[in-house]
Write a protein that binds this ligand. Sequence first.
Ligand SMILES: Nc1ncnc2c1ncn2[C@@H]1O[C@H](COP(=O)(O)OP(=O)(O)O)[C@@H](O)[C@H]1O
Ligand SMILES: [Mg+2]
Length: 519
Amino acid sequence: MDEINGIAEKLAKDMKEISVAEFFEKNRHFLGYENPTRSLLTAVKEAIDNSLEFTCQANILPTIKVKVKEIEEGKYRVSVEDNGPGVIPEKVPHAFGRVLYGSAFHKLRQSRSLFGIGIKGACLYAQLTTGKPIKVVTSTGKKIHTFEIMIDVTKNEPIVISHKEEENPSHWHGLKVEYEVAGRYVKGEASIQEYIKRTAMVNPFAEIIFDGPDGKETFKRATEKMPVQPIEIKPHPYGVQLGVLRRMLTSTKARNLIGFLTKEFSRVGRNSALKICKLAKISPSKRPQEVDKDESERLYKAMQMVKLASPPTNCLSPVGEEDLILGLKKELKADHYVAVTRPPSVYSGFPFQVEVALAYGGELPPENAILIRFANRIPLLYHQGDCVITKAVKEVDWRRYGFSQSANSLPLGPLAILVHFVSVWVPFTSEGKQAIANYPEIFKEIKLALQDAGRELAKYIRKIKKMKEKELRRSIFERYLPVVAEAVGELTDKKAEEILNKLKNMIRGEKIEGSSEKA
Ligand SMILES: Nc1ncnc2c1ncn2[C@@H]1O[C@H](COP(=O)(O)OP(=O)(O)O)[C@@H](O)[C@H]1O
Ligand SMILES: [Mg+2]
């Protein structure tokens, strides 16, 4: 017995809190820093995502300059500059030097940002691999502030290495981050170039200038129309979990349960609130802070039982069919494009919406279809196999729409399949934010959207096929025309040449339908 106690005491001595920064430094693969190729991409991606998110929030047409240059073998200097609202100097150290510090996590809002980790991941990775601080230059239109920041990993606190202030006669506003990281620059499907290209597809209002190791490339904007800013919503009772409900009960400002239910949740009116209280057998006038453990459990169950309207869906901001086609057209040269934006739907109390766009023919590789996945306007380049989007694409019967397909695979043919999922809460399978979890409601909507788009595309493919068949028949007929003309000439005593010309005119005069694009 004594011996066991001894071990417990020894263990107790070793017990201490682990800083979240240290945790992520050790487990950087969770954040997308698992190998040099992906790490370089993640470091660039996090800054671009932020630039797009915050320029959009400020309703500014984004111009983003991305620079990636090799400084020595396996080391790169990355900088990303935007023309957004900037960050006030008091907030810079924490926003860039403290893990799990951000503005998005507690809001139920369609957003590219989420955990308040993104840019700190890049900062941690930079100091881990090159030992250098990250540099942040920012202005809200007043003075220009330049910071060099590192993270005190054991305390999860920012260390400001330097801070200087400059005049800003041109009233520049925006933010530029710069860091040096270990990495490998690649081309192809999971490259920075591809990431930017795909970003440009679903953000056609953004201009992105990419100055990479291979030279400069500009992704021009195709529209000046900014997306509608998504609004924040309150949680829907069907989407809340018991633990969260208990916390909400203690922190609410509402004085009674009925006020709590109607003010803190969406789609709960007075009548529904009364019904919930009755079902839970709690007085509607009870103070939320006094609701005990058993009562909160009953309340939670009652909230799931009462019939309520679905959460509001005006909080979603999909790209829209017109802009999806604009975006696809500018980045992929194909013969035909179709797009479908499904009406909003709900999973576990969270509103979401699915859109699909297809590009067909043209310069697309003729063999395998390309799948292009997005969540809240961010391209998902990794973990394709784990994503509900991939599962849905494979389960659609593409043979119906004129493609060949083997069981449980993507279709074959010159086809690009773009799927965009938007929601106030994207159920990512992990912190790397690269694959969406398989909820039945989500799977069903994606499949329906794919089928809608597939049917639309099939119409075009059938038309093209018919035209080709007609063309073939005509060419066969034309080959025999001289023989026919000769014979008719002999029978009618007319010149064969005249008859041949007449026949040719008849065939060519036929109206040929051109291929059209749905735009
Ligand atoms: N380019 C930028 N413009 C304005 N604010 C920014 C920018 N980049 C980062 N921020 C601020 O820093 C915070 C932390 O960013 P980040 O670590 O990427 O977390 P998240 O994006 O999940 O909120 C953001 O929530 C935002 O307030
Ligand atoms: Mg971010």
